[in-house]
Each structure stands twice: as C-alpha cells, then as structure tokens.
Design a protein around this ligand. Structure first.
Ligand code: NAP
Ligand code: F7E
Length: 373
C-alpha cells in the first residue's frame, strides 16, 4: 500500500532531503509552502512536476489552513519540520518564533484530531539539541535535563512537551527527534558552517576579502543532513512512539570548522589573538588560482554575531538511535562533511553569472559589515 506523507517545512534543508528520501521509498509526498513575494524554492525545484510530489499553500500560523489540508491529504505520516529555525533571529523575532515553533506544533496536533486521524496518523516533531542549552551534562542523551537558552529553544521546548502530552493523553503516535546540528550544501547561508564554506570559496576566488564571525570557541556536534532525514523516517517506523537523540557523538569548535574549510579552499590559516581581537591569518596557499597571499587577515571576530545567551557545548550521545533504530551515526565524518560543502561552494561561486555575482558581492558586503546574521 502506498503511504502518504505530509511535510511542513518542505522548502527547507531537511524538507528537501526528506522529500527525496520518501519519494525513493514510494511515498506520495505532500509539502506545505507559504506565500512570499518571490518564489524561492531552489531546494525542491528539481522535484516539482514529478508525479508523486504535491505542494499546497498553508502556514503554521494559520490553524484553518492546516485543518483543511490535513483533511484533504489524509496523511499516514506528518513530518513537522517548519520553523523559524535561526537561533540568533529568535532574539529579534521572539513572538513570531513562539507562534510558529511552539503553537504551530499544537496546531498540527489539533488538525489531526479535528480530522479524526489520531489513531492512524503518525507525527514526527523536529526537536533540537538547543533544548539542552546551558548544558547540565556532556554528552547529552535522552535523559539529560533541558535548559533552553534562547527564545528559539524555549519555543521548541513547548513543542517537545506538547508532543509528549498528546502521546500520553490521546494515545497518539507522535515523537520528537532531538537532532543535533546537521549541515549540507543546502544549509541556509547564514548558519555558521555554510557562512564559512561560502566565504572560504569567495575569498579563495577573490570575490570577498574577509569573513566576520562571532564566538569561535563554540562547540557543536555537526552531522550531515542527508544522513539525518533517514532517522526521522526510522523513528516513525519504530514499534512504539519514542523520542530519540540523533547526533554523531563527535565535537568540534567553530574555529576548527573554519580552519578545515579554508584548507579545502586552498588556504592554510593560523589563529592569533583572543576574543574580539582574534584573527585568522593566511600562512600558505595551495594552487595557482587562490587569490590571497601569506599574511592576509581573512577572518575577524565581530561582536555583532555574539548572542545574548549562547549555547557553547553540544555533544550528543546517539547510543539509543544506534541500538534501537539500527542507525549509523558516523556514515559521513566531520572531515567529509566539510570537504563536500566546500567542494560544492567552490563550484557554485565559480559558476555564478554576472547578475548573480552582483547579488553575491552585495551579500558579501553585508556579511563584512555585520548586518546580515
Ligand atoms: P530551514 O532550512 O530553516 O527550513 C525551515 C522550513 O520551515 C522552511 O521550509 C520554511 O519555509 C518553513 N517555515 C518557516 N516558517 C513557516 C510558517 N510560518 N509556515 C510554514 N512554513 C514555515 O530548517 P532546517 O535546517 O531544514 O530544519 C528543519 C527543522 O528541524 C526545523 O524545525 C528546525 O528548527 C529543526 N532543527 C534543525 C536542525 C539543524 O541543524 N538543521 C537541528 C535540530 C532541529 P520558507 O522556505 O518559506 O522560509
Ligand atoms: O550557530 C556560533 C554561534 O547559527 C552555531 C539551527 O539549525 O542548530 C542550529 O542552531 C554556533 C553558535 O547554529 C557565528 O554563536 C559563531 O554557538 O550555525 P548556527 P545553531 O545556533 O547551533 C540547532 C540544533 C537548531 O535547532 C537550529 O535550528 O556558531 N557562531 N559565529 C555563529 N553563528 C552564526 N550563525 N553566524 C556566525 O557568524
């Protein structure tokens, strides 16, 4: 029997990989898109027009649209990935973040109940390692206490608990995947990894002079998004509805990520100074085409990228997912992840046509001036 899945957040990094994964498994895939003045659907453009992929307008802040859509699609599985997902932006837009990331989860649950699908429709909630926030133990597992440390994390904590509540109160098959950071060549351009890989490519090709970053000491457990969407599916195929930590179990700093990314772009860096005085200085270049020279300062710290409260020590323990879902947390290593992101961005930057180039230069200027988060 063909299964039907509804994905909120289908245009995002994870939504696009999950769509491909479910289509490969023979699912009928429905995705929610929202109206915007420009149709920016780059990540799923290659799927549009394929027979089993369908898009619908709705919004996580609009209950009626969700109730109508769930009734129309009659999904067997819902993957609730839609969110205002940028932690720093959640300090600027806390109410919007709460509406979409917290109450939005409730709206999905109620849309399922309103359509009397609570006994047949399974729900996956995109939960996050940000729940551990000001961490109370390292590494973090399913039993680690939560200490959310941003408006984003507080909103996601509501999502986590309302999923648990509906599971117990109404016997619904709804689960949270507590996912640690996962990145890819489709990662949003203002998250730190992608910001670094794009900047390394632009600097190597002479299209940007310098990269400004915030807290270089921050530690993350970074995995590959393509590996992580499989887990979302596995969680819903598990016999019982349970929550799972999804992580690699390996930790690196922002500084380490930047060092490796620049190396893959042909630029060797050394770090000098501390705090806002810290600099990434070129010590060597590899390849005739690299457009910077020894001694150039290509990375600087800008307090504009510091957060009012920052989560600085995330390391996940994926033992449960490994044991009960048979998932391999190390199928893509940190080194492979950085390499594939830089390789992608080197090509992307090189291939940009003149018109796109103007936009990129403007973006690079914004990044340099610290306006764009
Ligand atoms: P993303 O690339 O930022 O995608 C977010 C998606 O949510 C986009 O499709 C966006 O649509 C949609 N969205 C935002 N507001 C909406 C609204 N009001 N109504 C309908 N759709 C809305 O995020 P991601 O990295 O794929 O992450 C997917 C989910 O996992 C998110 O819930 C995120 O919080 C969570 N998460 C991510 C990570 C990670 O490391 N990536 C880790 C843990 C948890 P537009 O394209 O129209 O903006
Ligand atoms: O920051 C530091 C920053 O924005 C990582 C989301 O997908 O993962 C993501 O949230 C770290 C932080 O991701 C810059 O202070 C330094 O400590 O890439 P990020 P995030 O905040 O971890 C979690 C699991 C989610 O759930 C979220 O949806 O890097 N950092 N300098 C910087 N961060 C940014 N963005 N820009 C900088 O210049």
């Amino acid at each position: 029997m063909t299964k039907t899945a509804l994905i909120t957040g289908v245009t995002g990094q994870d939504g696009s990989y999950l769509s491909e994964f479910l289509l490969d498994k023979g699912y009928e895939v429905h995705g929610i898109i929202r109206r915007s003045s420009v149709d920016y659907r780059e990540r799923i453009a290659h799927l549009e027009g394929t027979p089993h992929f369908h898009l619908h307008y709705a919004d996580m802040s609009d209950s009626m649209s969700l109730v109508k859509l769930v009734g129309k699609v009659q999904p067997d599985e819902i993957y609730n990935l839609a969110a205002q997902s940028h932690v720093q932006v959640s300090f600027d837009a806390p109410e919007f973040t709460a509406d979409v990331d917290a109450v939005g989860v409730l709206r999905i649950l109620e849309a399922v109940r309103t359509n009397h699908l609570e006994k047949t429709c399974k729900i996956y909630q995109a939960s996050t390692s940000e729940l551990y926030g000001k961490v109370e133990e390292v590494p973090q597992s399913e039993t680690t206490p939560f200490h959310p440390y941003s408006p984003y994390a507080v909103a996601k904590l509501y999502g986590y608990w309302i999923i648990k509540e509906y599971r117990e109160a109404y016997d619904m098959f709804c689960c949270s995947g507590i996912l640690f950071n996962h990145e890819s060549e489709r990662r949003g351009e203002t998250f730190v990894t992608r910001k670094i890989t794009l900047a390394a490519a632009r600097i190597a090709q002479g299209k940007q002079d310098r990269l400004y970053l915030g807290n270089l000491d921050s530690l993350r457990d970074w995995g590959y998004a393509k590996d992580y969407v499989e887990c979302m599916w596995l969680i819903l195929q598990h016999e019982t509805p349970e929550d799972f930590v999804i992580a690699t179990g390996v930790q690196h700093s922002v500084r380490e990520f930047a060092t490796l990314a620049f190396r893959h772009a042909g630029i060797e860096l050394r770090w000098e100074g501390e705090g806002i005085e810290e600099k990434g200085i070129v010590t060597n270049v590899q390849g005739d085409n690299v457009q910077c020279t020894k001694g150039d300062v290509v990375v600087r710290v800008s307090p504009d990228f510091y957060r009012p409260t920052d989560v600085v020590n995330l390391l996940g323990d994926p033992s449960k997912a490994k044991r009960e879902l048979g998932w391999n947390p190390q199928s893509t290593s940190f080194e492979q992840l950085v390499e594939l992101m830089v390789a992608h961005d080197m090509k992307k930057v090189a291939a940009d046509d003149a018109a796109a180039e103007i936009r990129k230069v403007n973006l690079a200027e914004f990044l340099e001036k610290g306006i764009d988060k």
